[in-house]
Design a binder for this molecule. Sequence first.
Ligand code: FE2
Length: 356
Amino acid sequence: MRKLFKPMLASAVLALGLAGCGANEKEAEPEKAAPKKQEEKVVNVYTARHYEADDEVFKKFTEETGIKVNVVKGEAEELIERLKREGKSTEADLFVTVDGGVLSNAKKTGILQPVESETVEKNVPEKFRDQDNNWVGMSTRARVIVYSKDRVKPEELSTYEDLTSDKWKGKVLARSSTNMYNQSLLASFIELNGEKEAEKWASGIVKNFARQPDGGDRDQAKAIAAGVGDVAIMNTYYVGLLANSEDPEEVKVAEGLGVFFPNQETNGTHVNISGIGLTKHSKHPNNATKLIEYVTDQEAQEFLSANNYEFPVNEKAEKPELLQSWGDFKMQDLNFEKLGEYNQKAIEIFNKVGWK
Ligand code: FE2
């Protein structure tokens, strides 16, 4: 079959490093724009998002288009390294991850290329895309204050900064600073308020900890239910996951929790993004583009939000009831690139103030 596609053969040879001679390259040149429809009906995805809902969306895509989706799961950093190592010979067409900082790092390492699609541009507002469309948002997540409905009135809450005041001494819960969610939260404060304020905030939270950081976001919610602390810094979708859990204990935990969007009067609630990017050496760019169009389409966006409890990026998509019940909120206005830019600084600050 390969013999039919000279350009593909040429690029395979190039990848092997055997094509040193100009004659070969020249021959391949005029045929560069290979007929688009001749792509094999497959698309390969490297993903650091390990959600059943994503798999479901891929499955539906295959049903509707006949394009098979092969998924390789891994940690974001590991997948980026792999893409770098594999270079031109990579099988991956798409890279998926959570965190705007990681997405912008992926772009910087040169493993991605712009996706060209008017549909994608229509589906996803500019603020949720890389400026060159090297990655496109799939969902957003808000990192908020979750509180005990029994012990805290929402009127007592206001800002992230207020959690450092004496009235919250011994009552604040948060996971470890080794986690990207907290690193990006602090990175956003560095960008918006400056390094000094960011450090003041982190040390103030440490001073008010109910206990040393332990477990993930879900465990902070459970610690509220257990009376260990009254307020937790966590992503909203975990409340959705708990509320819809098969474990009745988790459902009970969720029932006792309130969701508060901080900094509404100031610079907004911290929002991070998960996204999808076309790999630089994709062998199926048309299929890959179709999949990006598909996951950002209203229907898939509603499905993801209804099953993952993240916020859709497509403004036409309706949020599930629970998310609607939390109301609308003002988000931080910041370039997601900044989360990557200040990641190291955030880690330094966390270490300095003793946020484990
Ligand atoms: Fe998560």
